[in-house]
Design a binder for this molecule. Structure first.
Ligand code: SAM
Length: 273
């Protein structure tokens, strides 16, 4: 038997299709999501409906975003789900979540077993809509979940960590082995809950500045801060914030990155002003 075929559908690699086949895991994810009637639930990549069906059993209406035209068509004609679904056959990377929240008159609860090939850029796309999102539950590569939840000083702590924790509280939910999917991915997976902060703990004036300094710092993560960020910040600034310039990017807390970003916004380098 072809191990890429699930429920009569040949999994498409280019769409990152790994379908959940494990009822225990599916039930655990749906319990963690805890969908309630009246909430604006949005699923990214419903595929063959492994999560859509049990979520759809609990609520009256649900929005799904599915890039694969065949799978979107199949959901449209699904016997009990079809009438409950609003299907957007489009790329979630270009989806306007704010417009949907506006239309629904409430913030969105987003979930999905994400296509791993685009999971990191998709998270960054979603972070730009955190004002319109109540919470998110995602299946991701375990290694990505480790990066999302990491604390300073660990190897997994990086730019994704800082940006995710800037916007959200990040809570690991459960780990999922490769056999729970058809076809089985090569890596372990995990489910994570991301809850956008209602009040940002460390607000920055310009998010692009935070993005820039984390890109520069983690782009040279083996160098000391003096070497990776010294061209942007004089030693006195690091000292003022109590940051040791002999440390590396992975040792700097989210709060400190935000302080540095706000300082830089107020003191742009001469060539940028
Ligand atoms: N939810 C199903 C499950 O758990 O069995 C399928 C999960 S599969 C890992 C990822 C799903 O996302 C597939 O259905 C795939 O076609 C869809 N997909 C891939 N890229 C997408 C994109 N850019 N936008 C929306 N959906 C996408």
């Amino acid at each position: 038997m072809n191990n890429r075929v699930h429920q009569g559908h040949l999994a498409r690699k280019r769409f990152g299709q790994n379908f959940l086949n494990d009822q225990y895991i599916i039930d655990s994810i749906v319990s963690a999501i805890h969908p309630q009637i009246g909430e604006a639930m949005v699923e990214i990549g419903p595929g063959l409906g492994a999560l859509t069906e049990p979520v759809g059993e609990r609520i009256d209406a649900l929005t799904v975003i599915e890039l694969d035209r065949d799978l979107a068509a199949r959901l449209q004609t699904h016997p009990f789900l079809g009438p409950k679904l609003t299907i957007f056959q489009q790329d979630a990377m270009t989806f306007n979540f704010a417009a949907l929240a506006e239309e629904k008159g409430q913030s969105l609860r987003v979930f999905g077993n994400l296509p791993y090939n685009i999971s990191t850029p998709l998270m960054f796309h979603l972070f730009s809509y955190t004002n319109a999102i109540k919470d998110m539950h995602f299946m991701l590569q375990k290694e990505v979940v480790n990066r999302l939840v990491a604390g300073p000083g660990s190897k997994a702590y990086g730019r994704l960590t800082v940006m995710a924790q800037y916007y959200c509280q990040v809570i690991p939910v459960l780990e999922v082995p490769p056999e729970s999917f058809t076809p089985a991915p090569k890596v372990d997976s995990a489910v994570v809950r991301l809850v956008p902060h209602t009040t940002l703990p460390h607000p920055v004036g310009d998010i692009r500045v935070l993005s820039r300094i984390t890109t520069e710092a983690f782009g040279k993560r083996r160098k000391t801060l003096r070497n990776s960020l010294g061209h942007l910040f004089p030693d006195e600034v690091f000292a003022e914030f109590g940051i040791d310039t002999g440390l590396r990017a992975e040792n700097v807390s989210v709060a400190h990155y935000c302080q540095l970003a706000n300082w830089l916004s107020a003191h742009p380098a001469p060539q940028e002003s």
